[in-house]
Design a binder for this molecule. Structure first.
Ligand SMILES: [Fe+2]
Length: 457
């Protein structure tokens, strides 16, 4: 049996290959994925050994669980695309500081050392062009260290310039498995460069493949510049697996959704945020898909305006405001703990129109987060979100995104037509942008306002 399992992941890749009872991994997700998803899933399948683990490029959302996997499973080989050392951005797209680069370099060395000790390390370089597992015989694109080459080549327009992130060094893989074709795009890019050898890499790989693919792991989480329409029309994927959040896909990455649908009108695009997908590969393009490890749904619990319930909510709220750095100083603490603020909210919870809501997010019977919002039904249905947070033990693995999706569904039923909030923290802004919020002026205290309008389609 030949199967490819895309284990549930938000903005990270964990791809388990299975052929004739043998298993291997392409990328390992973030470090928290091992205990929460990879290990339970491998145990469920009865996997005792991995033939290899291949790391497509040295970003945390791809190498994160490698150390834990090596510690817990026998691994035949580790194929490692090493850190270039000349990286301009972090795995989440932020500017990479010298310290970040030094840490990555040290981490890479430590992982290579661990792989040498516990497995067999094979460093991916320009000569690396194939990797096999049972019936899978993958052609590997992008083995060379493009970043270093463009930095060191005297004829390179990027000579001695730190210009690229590790995604530019990501490998991509293609296999024809008895007539069923698979393309795993890593985080490989399609940037137009003045160095022809690495310009529009994804287009070059598509042309090298030269035929339609049945199953594609869409490069780089569906985000950024992925393919030209002409090159993607060669691949015309039937299934596209996007390792991202659904919300992002349908807001800021809509451009790529359109591109994929234009190149391949019948494409099924699957997003791995709420569940993983397992594909069974038959011969000559036969492919069946089933869901795996679906995340428990999140429900919304309304806080009632009685004294005990409110007191419990406000206790969590003040912890959030102070520990997450939303407020600082005794004056702020006094204000948000005081009757003036809390009394207004309570009176707005009790009024008939434009009611205020305090809610918890609940998953598997546990409260994992909370929000405070008001819907102005008497106006145009604006839902203003005052506070929104996931309790610290439940952060990660896309919990914040899933809670917001649940909140949208819940508030829509209460008459919310669009959303507004104020936010200025870097991480918070990234979060809201990922959900499609756009900047919309400032509030009366000079704080940036963000707005999410419903999508036209
Ligand atoms: Fe990535």
């Amino acid at each position: 049996m030949n199967r490819i399992h895309f284990i549930r992941a938000c903005w990270s890749d964990i791809i388990l290959l299975e052929s004739q009872g043998k298993y291997a991994l392409i990328d390992t997700g973030f470090s928290d994925a091992f205990s929460s998803r990879i290990d339970p899933y491998l145990k469920q399948l009865g996997v005792e050994k991995l033939e290899f683990i291949l790391i497509t490029h040295f970003h945390r959302d791809h190498y994160g669980s490698l150390p834990a996997l090596l510690d817990h499973y026998p691994v035949g080989k580790v194929y490692m695309k090493k850190f270039s050392g000349l990286n301009i951005s972090t795995s989440s797209g932020r500017e990479a500081s010298d310290e970040y680069n030094r840490t990555e370099e040290a981490l890479c060395e430590a992982m290579c050392e661990q792989a040498r000790r516990l497995s067999e390390l094979v460093v991916i370089d320009g000569s690396f062009d194939r990797v096999c597992l049972g019936d899978f015989d993958f052609r590997v694109f992008g083995g060379s260290d493009a970043i270093r080459e463009m930095y060191e080549a005297p004829d390179s327009p990027y000579y001695q310039q730190i210009r690229f992130g590790e995604n530019t060094n990501s490998v991509a893989l293609f296999a024809d498995v008895k007539g069923t074709t698979v393309y795993l795009g890593g985080d490989a890019q399609n940037e137009a460069l003045d160095y022809p050898r690495y310009s529009n890499q994804n287009d070059a790989y598509a042309r090298a493949v030269g035929r339609p693919v049945d199953l594609m792991k869409v490069p780089h989480h569906g985000c950024g510049n992925l393919f030209s329409l002409e090159a993607l029309s060669i691949l015309r994927p039937r299934y596209g697996v996007v390792t991202n959040w659904t919300a992002s896909l349908y807001s800021q990455f809509l451009k790529n959704v359109r591109l994929f649908k234009e190149a391949s009108p019948d494409i099924t695009l699957l997003v791995t945020d709420r569940c993983g997908y397992r594909f069974t590969l038959g011969e000559n393009g036969q492919l069946s898909c089933e869901e795996i490890n679906r995340i428990a749904p999140i429900s919304v619990e309304e806080v009632s305006p009685d004294e005990d319930s409110l007191e419990e909510f406000w206790k969590q709220h003040i912890i959030y405001l102070t520990e997450d750095g939303i407020i600082s100083g005794q004056e702020d603490i006094d204000y948000f703990s005081g009757e003036e603020y809390r009394g207004v909210i309570r009176s707005h919870m009790l009024r008939e129109k434009d009611r205020h809501h305090l809610v918890y997010f609940v998953r598997e019977g546990l409260r994992i987060g909370a929000a405070s919002y008001c819907i102005y039904q008497s106006e145009d249905g604006k839902c203003f979100i005052l506070d929104y947070w996931v309790f610290p033990p439940f952060r990660g693995e896309g919990a914040g995104h899933h809670c917001f999706t649940a909140l949208k569904e819940y508030t829509k039923a209460q008459g919310a037509a669009y959303y507004e909030l104020n936010s200025e923290g870097k991480d918070a802004v990234r979060f809201w942008r990922a959900h499609g919020f756009l900047e919309n002026g400032q509030d009366e205290w000079g704080m940036p306002l963000w707005i999410l309008r419903p999508l036209a389609d």
